[in-house]
Each structure stands twice: as structure tokens, then as C-alpha cells.
Design a protein around this ligand. Structure first.
Ligand SMILES: Nc1ncnc2c1ncn2[C@@H]1O[C@H](COP(=O)(O)OP(=O)(O)O)[C@@H](O)[C@H]1O
Ligand SMILES: [Mg+2]
Length: 260
């Protein structure tokens, strides 16, 4: 479904210094796969997801969707299909909510892409997410968890083929996190989900891609094998080694970084 070949991204700061966010990332995602994108803060997860949603473009390398290279000229001719097929939930849900009511938020994409039975679809999605009672509310006045639900309902309403989620559990309490994980399990849409929460990761996908800092891909494979691969986790700084003393005995163990 998507293919990335040697994609690199760098940016220039105000002093005109160039910063390499990542370089030479190559990977494919096939239809039906559920992939986790792991790496510590600043390693480029959000940047990569924006490239895959064609909001920004890689500085070098190619990203192809369904066999065609995605660049500015592709978007000029295929924007409507691409925008309907590939959706991104950004790290901060508030930045993506802009309609006056939750109803209009969910209806927005349906209207834009000229779906039929829009009213029925809005109500159906609101029911799925348990947000029927707030259809008349302003999305910006909702709690973090409700905003996340409204955003996901709006994105899924247009029946995308590829779902890109940027730290979807970051704003959620444990109850809503559990709900979201079960929901994603049932969904069966090809997905790439970024997180630095190693304890939740295996519940949201089967394969993990780990990004290093300013480097390439440190690991691409089964998520459960990754969790046993302490050297890779240490290199990626997803765990840290901790030494302390119990009475007179020195004791070393690893801490998984499972914060959100
Ligand atoms: N165009 C840009 N201008 C300034 N800083 C950028 C730009 N693109 C990326 N960055 C920086 O690059 C780093 C990687 O960002 P990001 O993709 O947000 O990482 P992650 O999502 O893994 O935390 C961050 O420090 C971010 O501020
Ligand atoms: Mg990020």
C-alpha cells in the first residue's frame, strides 16, 4: 500500500543550521497491517506521519502510495482520492477541530467527499463513539478524551484506507485508553500508530518500526520480539538501565518507558 525508499528529512533553524531529523528510512506497509511507530520524543515520528499524509515532503527519497510516487504534482491531480484514502490524527486533536458543532465536525468530510445519507452516517458514528449527546456542542469545549473521539469519528466517517494516528492515547484517561484499544482491534483498517508507550504498543499492532535519533530505522519486525530485545530498546532509549542497592547488594534492572 505504501512504500518509502531512503526518505530523509532535515530543517534549517533561525541561525541557518541544518538539523537532520532522520535519514534513509526505507519500509513498506501492506494492506491490512497494523504497525507501531516507536521512538523517543524528537526522533521524528510526527514528521514521518506528516510526510505519509503528504502535508510535508521528504527532502530526499521517495514515498509511494498504491504504486505511485507522492509529490506535489501527484497531489495536484489526485488530492481528492489521496485525502479520502489517507487520514492523519495529529498529536494535538484540538489543532484539527474547527467546526461549530460536533455534528458539523463529523459531517464535514462526508459533505466534502459527497457521501449519501449524511445525517444517518453522522448519527451512526456518534453512536459508535458514544458521543450522541454532544452532537450540538462546540468541539473546542470538550474534554481531551471527547475531542479525540470526535476527531476519530470525523476521520473514520470517510472510510479511509490508511489510518495514521499520532500518539492517540496521549490525552486519554485509562478507561478511554482501554476503549480505544478495543475499538482499534475491531476496526481492521491498515494503520500506522505512533507511540512511546511500550506497554500499550503490543495491543495496537503486530509490527513495530523503531526510529533512532537523527538516524535510520533501528528495528522493523514483530513487536513482541522487540520487547525482549533489550540492546535495541536501550539504543533507542525506550528503556533505561537502573542500578540501586538493596541492603548491601547492588541490583540492576531495566525500566520500560511507558509514560504517555
Ligand atoms: N520544520 C521544522 N522546523 C523546526 N523544527 C522542526 C521542523 N521539523 C521538525 N522539527 C523538529 O524536529 C524534531 C523531530 O520532531 P517530531 O517529528 O515532532 O518528533 P516526535 O514526534 O518523534 O517527537 C523536533 O525537535 C521538532 O521540533
Ligand atoms: Mg510527535
Amino acid at each position: 500500500m505504501i512504500e518509502c525508499q531512503n526518505i530523509s528529512y532535515s530543517y534549517q533553524d533561525h541561525q541557518l543550521n541544518i538539523h537532520q531529523v532522520f535519514k534513509d528510512l526505507s519500509f513498506n506497509i501492506k494492506q491490512g497491517e497494523r504497525v507501531l511507530l516507536l521512538g523517543i520524543n524528537g526522533c521524528g515520528k510526527s514528521t514521518l506521519l506528516k510526510i505519509l499524509n503528504a502535508l510535508i515532503f521528504a527532502k530526499s527519497g521517495t514515498f509511494s502510495y498504491e504504486g505511485t510516487k507522492v509529490d506535489k504534482s501527484y497531489l495536484r491531480s489526485h488530492a481528492k482520492t489521496f485525502r479520502r484514502d489517507v487520514v492523519l490524527q495529529m498529536q494535538d486533536p484540538s489543532s484539527m477541530l474547527f467546526n461549530q458543532s460536533v455534528y458539523d465536525e463529523i459531517a464535514f468530510g462526508l459533505r466534502h467527499f459527497e457521501f449519501d445519507n449524511i445525517d444517518d452516517r453522522v448519527h451512526q458514528w456518534a453512536k459508535t463513539f458514544g458521543i450522541e449527546k454532544i452532537l450540538g456542542s462546540s468541539p473546542l469545549k470538550l474534554s481531551g478524551g471527547q475531542k479525540q473521539k470526535v476527531l476519530l469519528a470525523s476521520l473514520l466517517a470517510i472510510e479511509p484506507k490508511l489510518l495514521l494516528l499520532d500518539e492517540p492515547t496521549a490525552h486519554l484517561d485509562p478507561l478511554t485508553t482501554g476503549w480505544l484499544i478495543e475499538f482499534l482491534e475491531e476496526l481492521k483498517v491498515t494503520s500506522l500508530i505512533s507511540t512511546h508507550n511500550l506497554s500499550l504498543a503490543p495491543e495496537m499492532g503486530e509490527r513495530a518500526i523503531v526510529l533512532g535519533e537523527g538516524e535510520g530505522i533501528l528495528y522493523d519486525g514483530d513487536i513482541r520480539s522487540l520487547l525482549e530485545d533489550i540492546p535495541t530498546l536501550l539504543h533507542a532509549k525506550l528503556v533505561h538501565q537502573h542500578t540501586h542497592k538493596h541492603l548491601d547488594k547492588e541490583h540492576r534492572h531495566y525500566h520500560l518507558h511507558a509514560w504517555d
